[in-house]
Design a binder for this molecule. Structure first.
Ligand code: ARG
Length: 581
């Protein structure tokens, strides 16, 4: 169990006979010169019992003094209680963490959660929005699992909507003789060679999409093809499968590089077989209305302050919308997994979409009453001009381009004396990705931030590169100490090592808060502060040459707990640590 919680219990047990009818709460001291911890309840209790706060504080102190694990118990100001842990007790609890890092983690929940944080669109290049959903989602998945949840992650690829209709149409224009378009073709579609690479697809989509904006007939043709696709029409469906194959391979590669993985690689198309049933649920409940040839569901509530348009279930041209696909996906997920919660990560611009979908899902009762549907939006990554980050010519920056920019900055900083030439590229890649990921997780999830590769790659500062470098340095210290038996901490030298130990005790609270607000920023700050504090301790103390053996082994044992903790935290953040840098 979390040690501070244990301490809380212990203290409240001690003061039980004072009959406060209020839990005392122990907080880490903001004034370490006065003590490790504070108890600030006296003022409130004084009001409640119409007594002098100091009197209350004194009565508490009298009880605390009975506990041999506590020392330097004092009252400051009108009634603030400060106290510290004895060295023996502090050593004991840190050694417990060293034995098993799980002793510093509080399981918070055992819920079954489906996390939907992929959303890459087949045949379209991934962009920065996909980086953010994948990065934040992956970290939330790792965190939730660590805290006891049963998480199922799903890539939920965008693979069945109009973009695919556009791509197929453009392929048809360029290669009209492909057998996929020959209604009379009797052969095996598998044997047909598609003269198209992923790079071609990434060129075709923007071309077709731009063309459809200017050319109404082209757009109409694309709609028709989308419908053919959604109806699994011969030839079109098989061509689509080929396209999916090519594109998915590339998407997987990018997610792999980002250290992001999914349990399920479902796509919108997998929900397609549930669309009919889903629509029927709404029809049976009389929730579907006709409007200008389309089928809609009203999701407005009386007290809505903002406009809430109806959800478009089936368009007048019979194709289904993104909303319908999401409804069918909920239907499918409930049937297959019956989760306690479903989390969706996309940028804020999809707020209305999810609000409509969630409302409709509740109206149609396709989710259990107690299943939580949670939209977890995030802010945008901006350029230095404060606007969403673009390429130099104003286009959308692809994720690959973005990764390249940070790679270039990272490579400049590679220390050639340490990293062998043949490992340079991989090392630079690992550091670059970790730096990008850290920079992306550092601001509160909903806050926009500025993309600054030069700053992100800096080896000095609140950066992924700094964290990796420091972690590798602790590892190399521990390697150097091989042969020294440093299992336990038996001595505390002063304020610096004590501060690190107290910081370690804070970890469970940090993890729990991150889980509850679904943002990784506090974990980023925490791991940075822990490392920075450790680094100043490291700079002050010559561990390897320390003549006091008790102190040396204690310092090494502490370094090892810090190392294990940092590894655990960087793993939550999905950051890979290179061998050397
Ligand atoms: N493919 C979508 C996009 O790129 C994101 C999908 C998010 N997940 C969902 N179930 N709607 O915007």
């Amino acid at each position: 169990m979390r040690i501070i919680k244990e301490l809380n219990k212990r203290v409240n047990e001690l003061v039980k006979d004072l009959d406060f009818d209020e839990e005392l709460s122990i907080v880490t001291s903001a004034r370490p010169d006065l003590g490790d911890f504070q108890i600030n309840n006296s003022m409130n209790l004084a009001k409640k019992f119409q007594k002098n706060p100091r009197e209350i504080a004194e009565s508490i102190v009298k009880e605390l003094e009975k506990d041999e694990a506590l020392k330097d118990i004092n009252i400051a100001g009108p009634g603030f209680i400060n106290f510290s842990l004895t060295d023996e007790f502090l050593e004991e609890v840190i050694n417990r963490i060293s034995d098993n890092i799980e002793n510093n983690i509080d399981k918070v929940s055992s819920k079954k959660i489906i996390m939907d944080y992929g959303g890459a669109n087949v045949s379209k290049a991934l962009h920065v929005g996909h980086l953010r959903s994948a990065n934040i989602g992956e970290a939330l998945k790792r965190l939730a699992r660590l805290l006891g949840c049963n998480v199922i992650s799903d890539a939920h690829l965008g693979d069945f909507g109009r973009p695919l209709g556009l791509v197929i149409l453009e392929i048809k224009k360029r290669f009209p003789d492909l057998e996929f378009f020959n209604e009379n073709y009797e052969g095996d579609y598998n044997n047909i060679d598609l003269p198209i690479t992923n790079a071609d697809l990434e060129e075709i989509y923007p071309y077709a999409s731009a063309k459809a904006k200017e050319d109404e007939t082209y757009l109409e043709e694309a709609r028709e093809i989308t419908l053919k696709l959604q109806k699994h029409e011969k030839g079109y469906y098989e061509l689509w499968q080929k396209i999916i194959g090519i594109s998915k391979e590339d998407i997987k590669k990018v997610y792999d590089e980002l250290n992001v993985d999914f349990d399920l690689w479902e796509g919108e198309s997998d929900a397609a077989e549930y669309i009919e049933d889903t629509i029927k649920v709404f029809e049976d409940k009389n929730l579907v209305k006709e409007s200008e040839g389309a089928k809609i569901i009203e999701v407005k509530k009386e007290d809505d302050k903002l406009p809430m348009p109806p959800l478009l279930l089936v368009k007048s041209n019979e194709t289904v919308s993104y909303e319908t696909t999401d409804l069918a996906t909920i239907y499918e997920r409930m049937k297959k997994f019956n989760p306690d919660e479903i989390w969706y990560l996309t940028d804020e611009r999809q707020t209305l979409h999810f609000e409509q979908v969630f409302r409709a899902a509740r109206l149609g009762e396709i989710v259990n009453n107690n299943t939580v549907l949670e939209f977890i939006p995030f802010g945008t990554m901006n350029g230095k001009d404060g606007k969403p980050f673009k390429t130099r010519d104003g286009g959308v920056m692809t994720l690959k381009e973005l990764m390249q920019l940070i790679y270039v900055e990272t490579d400049k900083r590679i220390n050639e004396e340490i990293v062998e030439e043949n490992k340079r590229e991989q090392t630079a890649k690992d550091i670059a990705i970790s730096s990008l990921k850290f920079a992306d997780l550092l601001p509160f999830r909903r806050t926009d931030y500025v993309f600054d590769p030069d700053k992100f790659a800096d080896l000095d500062g609140k950066t992924g590169a700094y964290l990796l470098y420091s972690t590798i340095r602790i590892k190399s210290l521990l390697n150097k100490a091989e042969g020294i038996d440093y299992e336990k901490i038996t001595k505390i030298s002063g304020a610096a090592d004590r501060k690190i130990m107290l910081m370690l005790l804070e970890m469970p609270k940090v993890l729990e808060k991150a889980y509850s607000v679904k943002s990784l920023n506090d974990i980023c700050e925490y791991v940075y502060n822990l490392i920075a504090t450790y680094n100043s301790f490291y700079a002050e103390n010559k561990i390897i040459t320390c003549p006091d053996k008790d102190l040396q082994t204690s310092w090494l044992a502490l370094s090892s707990v810090v190392y294990k903790t940092v590894i655990l935290l960087l793993d939550i953040l999905g950051m890979n640590i290179p061998e050397k840098m």
